[in-house]
Write a protein that binds this ligand. Structure first.
Ligand code: SAM
Length: 251
């Protein structure tokens, strides 16, 4: 189904299936809701919406139709696909994964290949996190969804990575990071054992590259999570307390 027609169908279908996440969180824009309701989204991905709450998260990101976005650590493209619908035909999404992950997680490559066929605005971008290779001032936004902690497990120069992201963004560009909260003061010491990271640790690394924290959202806040269990533990899975940071490259 061509991009334009599936979007108009989606507008009509907006706001279905957002059950499971309390209404206390921010609203969802029509453009984001339409992207979430796109009929070609795999059922397995739609089922993750209740736990991932992409509506308020992407609305908060300020990503808009026509934007060029890099979704870093895209994995199997859950977030990439919604962003693809949000930026639409006039926009573009780079789905980046490091070669190590393509090698280790065999399911990623076929998913991205299939997505590129149905979504012409998606481009697979397999490069290391610290050799991103984007042109300076070419991106409107960069997203990192639930993977900053995984990047600490790689031999990645994260300071170089954040500097490259800063250079690639246009002035006023957005750097959106979501991840699982670790207890304050633990830095990156629990990224392997619990798949969690200290939000303040991430903030300091990103600000060191010149970014300013423009806002944070509680769209993924779960007070019920005491941040001590591994994120895959059934008692917290899908309801882990996660931070949502929106950084900006000041104009
Ligand atoms: C929570 S998802 C994040 C992917 C994507 N950004 C998203 O929003 O869905 C986790 C993905 O990160 C990748 N990954 C990298 N290192 C990993 C690790 N140590 N354990 C689990 N997944 C890992 C896998 O591709 C996995 O699908």
């Amino acid at each position: 189904m061509k991009m334009k027609s599936f979007l108009s169908v989606a507008v009509a279908a907006a706001f279905t299936g957002l059950a499971g996440v309390s209404a206390a969180h921010e609203d969802t824009s029509m453009a984001v809701a339409a992207a979430m309701a796109a009929p070609d989204r795999p059922e397995a991905q739609v089922k993750r919406d209740a736990a991932r709450n992409p509506g308020p998260v992407l609305t908060f990101s300020k990503i808009k139709p026509g934007d060029t976005v890099a979704d870093l650590g895209a994995g199997g493209a859950y977030f990439t696909m919604i962003i693809s619908g949000l930026v639409g035909e006039g926009g573009k999404v780079y789905a980046q994964n490091p070669p190590d992950w393509i090698e280790k997680f065999k399911g990623i490559a076929p998913k991205l290949e299939a997505l590129e066929k149905t979504r012409p605005n998606v481009k697979t971008w397999t490069v290391p996190f610290d050799k991103l290779g984007f042109e300076d001032n070419s991106l409107d936004a960069v997203t990192m969804a639930l993977i900053y902690h995984d990047v600490t497990l790689l031999p990645t120069d994260r300071a170089a990575m954040n500097r490259q992201i800063y250079a690639a963004l246009k002035p006023g560009g957005i750097y959106l990071i979501t991840d699982h909260h670790a207890k304050a003061g633990t830095g990156d010491t629990l990224t392997n054992d619990l798949h969690r990271i200290d939000a303040d640790f991430v903030r300091k690394e990103v600000e060191a590259a010149g970014f300013v924290l423009d806002g944070q959202s509680d769209a993924l806040h779960f007070a019920s999570d005491d941040r001590t269990k591994i994120v895959f533990d059934p008692s917290v899975r899908g309801q882990t307390d996660r931070f949502v940071y929106r950084f900006i490259k000041a104009k």
